[in-house]
Design a protein around this ligand. Structure first.
Ligand SMILES: [Zn+2]
Length: 52
């Protein structure tokens, strides 16, 4: 309900714990044939993240 600009959406990798803001250039992307564009961890290459 509260739009708090100080709380940017964070995305965290479940596999290695890497975290960066959603949409950050730090994240890589992977295109999945059915799911579309996924956020991919630059550290371990996993797409198992909390969001994005
Ligand atoms: Zn990772």
């Amino acid at each position: 309900m509260v739009d708090d600009p100080t709380t940017a959406t964070r995305v965290t990798c479940y596999e290695c714990g890497f975290a960066a803001p959603a949409g950050s250039d730090e994240w890589e992307t992977a295109t999945h044939p059915s799911l579309g564009v996924l956020t991919r961890c630059p550290e371990c290459g996993s797409t198992n993240t909390t969001g994005g």
